[in-house]
Design a protein around this ligand. Structure first.
Ligand code: ADP
Length: 446
């Protein structure tokens, strides 16, 4: 097993990884930008290194600086966390070249799934159903119109190197094709440095259902059931739950087995998530995330499995400690993302937290890095806390979430907690009748 892991991340996810390392008796190194010096992950780690100025590109995305920190502290593995360099092939390769273990999949799988077109082609080859589309990157308007006629309107342009919902534009009819295509291209270029886009049918009432998988280097693959992440704004997840109210045990087993088979054929090693759109009983693969996800915690709650622990064990060359038959889903879990944002305009809300109280009690978990007096900096992701609630069934889970949100105090800045309170009173949320467009369509009436 590793002796010392450097955690190349910040915030709640850095603390989440630290906790498991401590329980596994592994020493930890925290890295941080200048402004993050007083963050909790820095305090909790055995050692810490400042890796640069506040801008992410100078610190958390600064490969040379992170590698120097690992060498300096003699870390034998790097956990990239979520976001930042976690799906960066070049980073993974360089970590390996320095004789340090990258806690993630092989670089070739990062590259393969990082290209959305290649990812779709690969999954199709392994028998996974995908959304109908152009199958390749496209740039010729008349060709695009021809394909759009075939797959039927509305269509969606997506960035080949996309992520976080950026670079996506819908065209409802042929007259909108050119405008949507150009916008998608320029957004893709601005966000990912690559203007290549592809096209697929835009589904009108799908749910976002994703399957968590864990695979070791001995060919063992398990899935931990699904997460329903349909409550989204701007293609960004806001509430996630497991299990989904729409899947039957038979469907869960079917899609889980399909995912496991594909992962086995890929020879993929590590944790990962296959994201699907689900409409009228059918699954359509969208993309695979080759890392830990923000919402991994709800799968941990319903399965009782520490996903980070399995991830570290697998990276160290050990066998999965569980088989598929050991995985049972117990009760219902939901995660509410508390973002430092105005709950009406969704503008980021940086500033000082001058009063803080986190809810607690049986089945209430808060993964967060904030504390009383903490100043939310304007430089990073707006996620400041994840409220995770687990109960015997969905109704009890909703009730527990209402209590927990009533107890939660974060004063001094705006957060999405107020929006969650409203959502928990809404009849569609209570009945579970929503799709990925529901929040955008219902925000005004909440
Ligand atoms: P990203 O890498 O930006 O997260 P995804 O492919 O995962 O991109 O898509 C993000 C979100 O965009 C999905 O969760 C879904 O809400 C929406 N989306 C993606 N593809 C489609 C589609 N074909 N039809 C309708 N919505 C889609």
């Amino acid at each position: 097993m590793f002796k010392k892991i450097l955690i190349a991340n910040r915030g709640d996810i850095a603390i989440r990884i630290l906790r498991t390392c401590k329980m596994m008796d592994i020493k930890t190194v925290a890295v941080h930008s200048v402004v993050d010096e007083s963050l909790m992950h820095v305090k909790f780690a055995d050692e810490s290194v400042c890796i640069g100025p506040n801008k992410s590109s100078d610190s958390y995305l600064n490969i040379a600086s992170i590698l120097s920190a690992a060498e300096l502290t003699d870390a034998d593995a790097i956990h990239p966390g979520v976001g930042f360099l976690s799906e960066n092939e070049k980073f993974a390769k360089m970590v390996i070249e320095h004789g340090i273990k990258f806690i993630g999949p092989e670089p070739r799988h990062l590259a393969m799934m990082g290209d959305k077109v290649v990812a779709k082609q690969t999954m199709t080859k392994y028998g996974i159903p995908t959304v109908k589309g152009s199958d390749v990157a496209i740039d010729n308007i008349s060709e695009i119109k021809k394909i759009a006629d075939e797959i039927k309107y509305p269509v969606l342009f997506k960035a080949v190197s996309g992520g976080g919902g950026k670079g996506m534009k819908v065209a409802l009819s042929p007259s909108e094709i050119e405008g949507a295509f150009k916008l998608a291209r320029s957004e893709a270029k601005a966000n990912f440095g690559n203007d290549a886009v592809y096209m697929e049918r835009y589904l009108m009432k799908p749910r976002h259902i994703e399957i968590q998988i864990i695979a070791d280097s001995f060919g063992n693959v398990v899935h931990l059931g699904e997460r329903d992440c349909s409550i989204q704004r701007n293609h960004q997840k806001l509430i996630e739950e497991s299990p989904s109210v729409v899947l039957t045990p038979k469907q869960r087993k079917e899609i889980g087995d399909i995912a496991r088979r594909a992962i086995k054929k890929l020879g993929y090693v590590g944790v990962g998530t296959l994201e699907f759109l689900y409409e009228n009983g059918e699954f359509f693969f969208m993309e695979m995330n080759t890392r830990l996800q923000v919402e991994h915690s709800i799968s941990e709650e319903v399965t009782g499995i520490d996903i980070v622990k399995e991830q570290i064990r697998i990276a160290a060359g050990e066998k999965l400690s569980i088989e598929q038959k050991d995985v049972t889903l117990r009760g219902h879990a939901m995660e509410f993302r508390i973002n430092a944002e105005n709950p009406e305009t969704f503008m980021p809300s940086a500033g000082k937290i001058d009063e803080l109280f986190f809810p607690g009690g049986n089945g209430v978990r808060v993964d967060s890095h904030i504390y009383n007096g903490y100043v939310v900096p304007p430089f990073y992701d707006s996620l400041i806390a994840k409220l995770i609630v687990h109960a015997d069934d969905r109704d009890a889970c909703l009730a527990k979430a209402r209590c927990a949100l009533d107890e939660l105090v974060i004063d001094g800045i705006f957060t999405t907690a107020e929006l969650h309170k409203k959502l928990l009173q809404n009849k569609d949320i209570i009945s579970g009748e929503f799709d990925i467009h529901w929040l955008e369509n219902n925000l005004r009436g909440l």
